[in-house]
Design a protein around this ligand. Structure first.
Ligand SMILES: Nc1nc2c(ncn2[C@@H]2O[C@H](COP(=O)(O)OP(=O)(O)OP(=O)(O)O)[C@@H](O)[C@H]2O)c(=O)[nH]1
Length: 509
């Protein structure tokens, strides 16, 4: 139920439904309806309690926010890591136009009949009544006039409780509250206070969210829990002005420079509008190790074998649609200088040939490798051509971001419990480990130190490179993650790779 103030001409053509029914107003509103009717005839604004049939206009849906709820439920993997939202900070509250308290009778212009007519009741309270009016003062001695409250800011912060950006497709607009107006009107006094500041709107996003202006620069990378960014600043509150008649302006000016000279000055009392901005939110999961491979290679099974994560596992491709995260415990046997603390593993959806062109689940989830330091490449050793499968995935990584191929990686030749794989596992391991070259990364690292200009050239260099020009795997391990064969060896290699690699900031194309 809302109270609307309808001008008579508007009410005549606007359909209004009373909460009791379509045409029958409830008895308690009947009186007000009749009164409203009689006022309408007199062409005056009327106040009626009503509920408009037309719903408040929905905020314009952004392109990403236009996803229907059904699509969100069915194809969450398309939306979970990207969203476009608009945020609006609160407007500043308004200041006020204040009158000067009436001064002593002698304060009135003498020309108006030797003191003129002064309201005695008011003059008692003025300085003319013998009582001095006290004001709040600024440091410079001028009278402190109240200001409107600052509009609420909008802040995004990384919250571990949030996992995806799906919620930002359901709600695409976020508005902070406006600042409070200066409550007092009328006469300037010491009891006046500033308008209340609008509350800051704090919006939680998943850890790893990159916040950027829509089609603009990156504003923040909220990579750690608690990271936050102020995306829209609330409007400043309006100032207050003293309104004094011409003959008292001099005195008013002595109190404060904020004296209204003209009616247009009133605009100064209006609060400033809050900032409004369209934002693109991009989630890049935060994980130390990324699991990649063709669909059905056994990535999810591997994740569940070495962490407490329980991803969906099934014997059909693309069971994994969104990255699953698992936490790998630290290895206390390693020394303090080794990587002994825990690490996070991300199981990515399966890649297929042409993924970088949008085939299969496409290329977008490859962005989730960006923050990983080590890649674990899972190959189904019982597949028809495991070496070719291995090359397909490496090639897709190269097409997405050649820098991914420079990261330390471990190949897990999985499913060696199957007879088809058992016979050939050692020859497969040999073939795979011979694809690539030695020390490419170290060469680049030293180039970086020598001449940073070479980095640009390297991008074009990378285009000409083939898989054989990138580093070989750190280790190729035969394993059966389902039967827990080779797990310890694999963990040892992963930890060694984590311990060796530096936290390099690789650029996404
Ligand atoms: N025999 C055998 N089967 C395995 C092994 N590891 C996984 N599997 C089976 O392979 C099938 C696929 O396993 P997943 O872990 O879902 O494979 P995935 O790579 O995550 O697949 P996507 O989600 O499609 O990317 C399941 O039926 C697993 O039980 C293994 O070591 N041996």
């Amino acid at each position: 139920m809302a109270t609307l103030l309808l001008p008579s001409h508007a009410a005549s053509h606007r359909r209004v439904i009373f909460s009791g029914g379509l045409n029958q107003p409830p008895p308690d509103l009947l009186g007000s309806t009749l009164r409203a009717e009689s006022r309408r005839q007199r062409h005056r604004p009327i106040a009626v309690e009503c509920r408009a049939t037309t719903r408040a206009k929905e905020p314009a849906a952004t392109s990403a926010g236009a996803a229907a709820p059904q699509a969100l439920a069915k194809e969450a993997h398309k939306y979970f890591d990207h969203a476009v939202v608009s945020v609006r900070a609160g407007d500043g509250g308004h200041g006020a136009v204040l009158n000067m308290p009436l001064g002593p009778s002698t304060d009135a212009p003498k020309s108006r009949g030797g003191g003129g007519r002064v309201d005695k009741s008011k003059s008692k309270r003025g300085s003319g009544g013998g009582k001095k009016v006290a004001y709040k003062r600024n440091y410079d001695g001028s009278v402190s006039l109240p200001v409107g409250g600052h509009g609420g800011d909008v802040v995004l912060y990384a919250d571990e409780a949030e996992e995806t950006l799906l919620g930002f497709h359901r709600k695409t607009r976020y508005c902070a509250k406006r600042g409070g107006n200066v409550g007092a009107t009328g006469t300037l006094s010491s009891r006046m206070h500033n308008g209340f500041a609008g509350e800051t709107l704090r919006v939680p996003v998943p850890v790893g969210t990159v916040v950027r202006r829509k089609k603009g620069p990156v504003l923040a990378d909220l990579a750690r829990p608690g990271d936050e960014v102020l995306v829209a600043r609330g409007g400043q509150g309006g100032i207050s002005l003293i309104d004094a008649p011409e003959y008292r302006r001099g005195k008013a000016m002595a109190l404060s420079p904020n004296v209204m000279r003209d009616v247009t000055d009133k605009a100064l009392t209006h609060g400033q509008p809050g900032e409004e901005i369209n934002l693109e939110l991009i989630l890049r999961v935060v994980a130390d190790v990324g699991l990649v491979g063709l669909p059905n290679a056994g990535k999810s099974t591997l994740l569940s074998a070495i962490t407490l994560a329980r991803p969906d596992i099934a014997d059909y491709p693309f069971t994994t649609l969104m990255p699953n995260l698992g936490r790998l415990g630290g290895d206390p046997t390693l020394g303090a200088l080794q990587f002994s603390s825990g690490a996070t593993l991300a199981d990515l959806p399966g890649l297929i040939e042409g993924a970088h062109l949008g085939k299969g689940l496409g290329r977008n989830f490859l962005r989730h490798l960006r923050r990983t330091r080590v890649i674990v490449h899972v190959v189904d050793a019982a597949a028809d051509d495991p070496v070719n499968d291995y090359k397909i995935v490496r090639e897709e990584l190269r097409m997405y971001n050649p820098k991914y191929l420079e990261r330390p990686y471990v190949v897990v030749l999985n499913k060696i419990d199957l007879p088809k794989a058992q016979d050939r596992s050692s020859s497969l391991a040999f073939e795979i480990s011979s694809v690539g070259c030695e020390e490419v990364h170290d060469k680049h690292a030293s180039n970086d130190k020598i001449n940073e200009n070479l980095i640009e050239n390297r991008v074009s260099e990378d285009d000409d490179k083939e898989l054989g020009d990138y580093p070989r795997p750190q280790a190729v391990i035969g394993a059966s993650v389902l039967r827990h064969i080779g797990i310890d060896e694999m963990l040892k290699e992963i930890r060694t790779a984590l311990g060796k690699c530096s936290d390099r900031n690789l650029q996404e194309p």
